[in-house]
Design a protein around this ligand. Structure first.
Ligand code: NO5
Ligand code: ZN
Length: 428
C-alpha cells in the first residue's frame, strides 16, 4: 500500500505565511555561479584527475564526464589538459525543472510522486500496519538536525533475531539522489506486498533477514527541496569550519582520506569531514552494522548502497586502482565481479570496480568489506547520462519503470546473499 496523502490545507496556510514573510535564508543560493561542463575523460586516471580538481562530478557516460564547476575551479579543470565544453548555467537548468510554493518543503510539480521525509515516514509506518508479521520499524538514531534514521526489517518473524543471513539496503546517502529513496521503498513494498502470492519472494523473505534504510541523509534531502525548487544539494547539513556539509560517502572509516579520493576543504562537494565518522549519519549506520555482530559473527552478509546516476554497478575497492589489495584477494575480487556482472546483465547497467570510475576514499563499500567482509555494492541508477543536475531529477513518471527494472537483479543478489562466493563455485 503506497498511496500518498497530502496536507493540502496545511500547504495552503504555509504558502500564505511564506507570501507574507519569505524565508530568505532558505532561498538564498548557496553557490555563487555553477556552470555545467562536459569533460572528455577516457579512463579512470583521467576521471580521477578531474575529480581531484574539486569540481562536482555528476555522472559518466562513455568517455564523457558531466561536472559542475564554479568560476574559481575552471582554471584547474582546464589545466587537466582534457577537452572541456560548457553546457550552460546549472542553476538556470534547475529553475526550469519546476517550482513549488516557496517554503512548502516539498517537491515541485512533476516530482510530487517522490516521497519527502514526512511521506517516507508515513509509508514505513503504513507498511508495518499492513504487514505486522513481516515488517518491523526501528530507529537507528538521528541525523545532525535530529531526524530519525529508520531501518525497516523484513523477515517472516521480524521481532525475533533468527539465525538467518542478513542483508542491508541503504539509500540516499547523497541528498539529491531522491530516486534511491523510491528504490528502497519499492524493495520494501515488493517484498511485503508480494509475500502472500509470490512464491519466489516468499522463499527469499523466509530465508533472510532484510534491513532497509530508505534515507541515510534526510537533512540533505529535505534541504534539497525546502525552497520549492530543486537545489542539487549532495552532502549532509552539518556545519564545518568554512561551509556546510560533509559528503557521507567520503566519511567512512576505512582508508579515510588516504588517496586523493576526497577533499579536505569544507565547501567541496566531496568534503570528507574533520575525521572518519564525523557525520552523525555515517556514525549511526556504522553503529547499526557493528551491532549486527552477534557472537563474534557479522550477521549482515551482503549490502547494496543505492545512488544516482550513470547506470553502473560498482564494487570495492574505491581507494585503489588495484584489483586486489589488503583484505581483498583474487578469489574475492572475482566473486565481486562475477555477481556484479550477472546483476548488470539483468538491469542493463555497466559493471566495474568502483575505482574504474574514479578514485574515492572513505566510501561505504570499502568500509563494509574491509571491516566486516560484507559483500557491498553500489548501484548508480537511472539515467545513464544527463546534461547537468537534471540527471538527478527524472520526473516522477519515470519512478515506476526505473525501480522495477532492478527487481531481478535484487532477487539474484538476495539469492546469493548467504554465500556470494557460490557465484564462482566456492562454498562458505
Ligand atoms: C558515488 C560512487 C562513485 C560511489 C560517489 O555520483 S555519485 O556521488 N552518486 N558516485 O562518488 O560517492
Ligand atoms: Zn551518490
Amino acid at each position: 500500500m503506497f498511496a500518498k496523502r497530502r496536507g493540502l490545507v496545511a500547504l495552503a496556510c504555509l504558502a500564505l505565511i511564506a507570501a507574507a514573510a519569505p524565508v530568505a535564508a532558505e532561498t538564498t543560493p548557496v553557490h555563487s555561479q555553477r556552470t555545467v561542463y562536459e569533460v572528455t575523460a577516457a579512463d579512470a586516471v583521467a576521471r580521477t584527475k578531474v575529480a581531484r580538481t574539486g569540481v562536482d562530478v555528476l555522472g559518466m557516460d562513455g568517455d564523457k564526464l558531466t561536472v559542475i564547476a564554479e568560476p574559481s575551479q575552471l582554471r584547474a579543470l582546464r589545466s587537466t589538459g582534457l577537452a572541456v565544453k560548457s553546457k550552460g548555467d546549472a542553476d538556470e537548468q534547475l529553475a526550469q525543472l519546476g517550482k513549488a510554493e516557496i517554503g512548502t518543503l516539498d517537491f515541485p510539480s512533476g516530482y510530487t510522486g517522490y516521497h519527502n521525509y514526512a511521506e517516507t515516514t508515513a509509508e514505513l509506518n503504513q507498511t508495518v500496519a499492513d504487514h505486522p508479521t513481516l515488517a518491523r520499524l526501528q530507529t537507528i538514531g538521528t541525523s545532525y538536525q535530529g531526524r530519525s534514521l529508520y531501518a525497516l526489517k523484513i523477515s517472516n518473524n521480524p521481532s525475533a533475531d533468527q539465525a538467518k543471513p542478513e542483508v542491508l539496503f541503504t539509500c540516499n546517502q547523497h541528498a539529491r539522489e531522491h530516486l534511491t529513496v523510491e528504490m528502497c521503498l519499492h524493495i520494501i513494498q515488493r517484498l511485503t506486498d508480494g509475500y502472500a502470492t509470490n512464491t519466489a519472494i516468499k522463499a527469499l523473505v523466509d530465508s533472510r533477514e532484510i534491513w532497509v534504510v530508505p534515507s541515510v541523509n534526510p537533512d540533505g534531502a529535505e534541504y534539497d527541496i525546502a525552497a520549492g525548487t530543486l537545489r542539487g544539494w549532495r552532502k549532509n547539513r552539518q556545519p564545518n569550519s568554512t561551509s556546510t556539509g560533509t559528503d557521507p560517502n567520503r566519511n567512512w572509516g576505512y582508508q579515510w582520506g588516504c588517496c586523493g579520493g576526497s577533499s579536505g576543504t569544507g565547501s567541496s562537494e566531496t568534503y570528507r569531514g574533520p575525521s572518519a565518522f564525523s557525520a552523525p549519519e555515517t556514525q549511526r549506520v556504522r553503529d547499526f552494522v557493528n551491532s549486527r555482530v552477534v557472537g563474534g559473527v557479522q550477521q549482515i552478509k551482503a549490502h547494496i548502497d543505492w545512488h544516482t546516476y550513470s547506470e553502473l554497478i560498482l564494487w570495492p575497492y574505491g581507494y585503489t586502482y588495484n584489483d586486489t589489495a589488503t583484505g581483498l584477494n583474487a578469489d574475492q575480487a572475482n566473486a565481486f565481479a562475477t555477481l556484479g556482472r550477472q546483476m548488470a546483465s539483468r538491469n542493463g547497467y555497466t559493471p566495474q570496480q568502483s575505482s574504474d570510475l574514479y578514485i574515492t576514499d572513505g566510501g561505504i563499500n570499502d568500509w563494509m568489506w574491509a571491516t566486516h567482509k560484507i559483500w557491498s555494492y553500489t548501484f548508480e541508477m537511472y539515467p545513464k547520462s544527463g546534461t547537468g543536475l537534471n540527471g538527478f531529477y527524472p520526473r516522477d513518471t519515470a519512478i515506476a519503470a526505473q525501480v522495477t527494472r532492478n527487481d531481478t537483479a535484487v532477487d539474484l543478489f538476495l539469492g546469493y546473499a548467504d554465500c556470494v562466493p557460490r557465484v564462482i563455485g566456492q562454498s562458505c
